[in-house]
Design a protein around this ligand. Sequence first.
Ligand SMILES: [Ca+2]
Ligand SMILES: [Ca+2]
Length: 919
Amino acid sequence: MRVLSVFSPRGRPRLPGPILLVGLALAVGSAWAADQGARRHAQGQFDGATGLYVVAEGDDLSAIGERLEVSAAALKAANQIEGDLLQIGQRLQVVTGAPEVTASGGVQITGVPGAPDATTTISGTQLPPPDPKFGGVIKNDALQSKPWWAPRVVPPQGAPNVLLIITDDAGFGVPSTFGGVIPTPSMDRIANEGLRYNRVFSTALCSPTRAALITGRNHHSAGFGVISEQSTGFPGYNSIIGKDKATIGRILLDNGYATSWFGKDHNVPAFAASQVGPFDQWPTGMGFEYFYGFVGGDANQWQPNLFRNTTQIYPFEGKPEGTWNLVTAMADDAIDYMTRIHQIDPSKPVFIKYAPGATHAPHHPTKEWVDKISAMHLFDDGYEKLRERIFENQKRLGVIPQDATLTPWPADVLKPWDQLTAEEQKLFIRQVEVFAAYAAYSDHEIGRVIQSFEDLGKLDNTLIIYINGDNGTSAEGGPLGTPNEVAFFNGLNKLPAEVQMKWYEVWGTEQTYNHMSAGWSWAFDTPFDWFKQNASRLGGINQNMVVSWPALIQDKGALREQFVHVIDVMPTILEAAGIAAPGVVDGIEQAPIEGTSFAYTFDAANAEAPSRHQTQYFEMMGQWALYHDGWLLSTQVNRAPWEAFGPANPDPLNNQVLQLYDLGTDFTQAADLAAKHPEKLEELKALFVAEAKKHQVFPLDASVAGRIVAPRPNITAGRSEFVYTRPMVGLPQGDSPLLLNTSYTITADIEVPEGGAEGMILTSGGRFAGYGFYLLEGKPVFLWNLVDLERLKWEAPDALPPGRHTLEFDFHYEGLGAGTLALNNFSGVGRPGTGTLKVDGKVVDTKRMEKTLPMILQWDESFDIGSDTLTGVNDADYRPAFAFTGKLEKLTIKVDRPELSPEEIQQLKEAAAKAADQR
Ligand SMILES: [Ca+2]
Ligand SMILES: [Ca+2]
């Protein structure tokens, strides 16, 4: 049992009451296993879900009490048993909210139980708590009866509001709070009112860190070894948070908090993101009562796939370009939400998970912020100089040790600044200014949310945890950056500067899905090296964080250097709130929380206390590391993040160069001690294997892009024909028929009214990649948008006359298909094919596509029938919604996916074996 160390804001120990019953629930799980020997006189069935024990022959109270670790007296009191006699079949309530309400000690009660204003805390060991027993009197008529209301469940007295902020894809050197050049005054404010932490660790990737954050379990334990779009059919990688890992939202909700989630949700399985649900893995299904944000890894901030709870909303529609931005809108919505809760019930504490899309690509700040940052000329002397400047700032601020070493610039990976052309330099400066503007803008809006706590008089008892980055800065734009991140995920990661210059003026507007040169990303991870995705280098995983709680944290402005991981956040919040981790939720026994509370570091007396979190594994796409007591074992980086295509390391456990670092004396992972301490290396590798086994990390898988098109339980799995007869929008990519790497036929039966028709029949994706089947000025068109670099168009010569017509687009694909990826081979994807457009059975246009998209369409856009949401696939032809003005009778999609023959499988296996030999 954990003993709470946090003191209440009034300076006296928080009541231990809510924790008294923890042992009870913990006993539930172990009761069966331990049920032997002296306990033979308690043979009845016990259901941990309901807390009901059914008495069996020979049972006696003390034996039952012993088995379930409850006193016989408590059992008697809870079940209103007078003597010691039990009846066979009698049901005994063992864990229940009811006795707590009437019993003293275990819970905090205000008012008179049964009165409408009474409140109670709960033991929290079982969620939801069982309904308390009726405590009034019932006679034949109400006049002679006594009513009794169940007390309202509230958190323990003094439990703080919690504002948990996590930004995206931002390394250690991004915020000014930790020596960065980008102004982040909101983060500075929290640092000055509270504590700075410089050893805060992530998992190196988005969904995994976020799953760990909300469950207090490691990412593989929570089913999120990778992002949801890369999920595979193994427990550590299926992108499903198990029911035995209730989230922090759920626990706080059932304990009386108002719980909410704003911004990015990358923890809905990509195959469960549609309107057929199920919604149990959406925020509202996981204990966050209110959700305002987007589902997926990133979103266009100008036209996001935005949801309120589980309903898609389009508040930006009809607004002039550049005037509506999600970064501001979500702050507005969060402020509205908390104000609403406060005005309705000022006593109710709120929990807000605040997760802006910033600073993940696309970098979409407002023009005001781009102008502001550009005027500062922060980046004119290039990325190496930026890195040096940040490093000096960090030492000056004391957020890194004075003797820290800066590792050399990786000239073999990233071209030195002075070797770039003038055009490249100009482009790159633009790219980074937009990124910096995005970071500064986002921090500014976070500041508005923080300020609203102060405006409502709630800041004093609000625990604010502001984590900079769910992983290191992203290098997914490649060394050159890109105007379109969707191109990167389709393998086009080296767009020359002269091509990119076409978007120079509009960089960061809705015309781009932009990312910056990886040179900047390296600099923003100062004092470390490497990037997001690199789980074995601190540039990928060493974040920083600020924490304030004015009523409690007195050591204002101080630094904490203890090892903290994102899994530690949940137990910290629970400790701060005085709420127990539940043993059973919805009848399901809970897996142990794997994080370690860092609440001990709030106390100035513990400023130098040794880290309580002593061992931590890291693993991301076959790169791994193990931290133990100051040592870090790391695999040498063998793949830059933009090298996502091609055969994967087939043996990620052993086919590695191992490195060893002493983080106690080497803050930046600069001095490899592997040769000096081979025994330590072996010891830590064995420890990694043990931790990996414990946390579902196996089977290791080093593939990256290949996993994006891996088969998964998409609702289209096993289906080859899809029929639609009514307009419908908003079906996400992960749940719609996929037309990549396959042959297919789309047939539309339509009726054109007098005067002709136009508009969208079927589209998926948008401005940055996708396809559209539409009538343009009455003429049938099929269009493939190849990541906004090229568009292929099949077009009928004539407008359709009024009446019924059948339109058909048939595509014959020439490759082996995505099946080759399972054999570590990319030859089957992105191959050519021939498209044929037919009107009423007659061929009107035929074109060959030399290249097709191998991986993914624009992921934040949907599959829409009868109109087009968010962005369109071809701005030159139309603007959304471009509703179809004819009548759609029937739309049929037939997919004829290639399947590998046994001979082809054999050949691919031989090729793989040969490649492995040559390696
Ligand atoms: Ca991220
Ligand atoms: Ca669209």
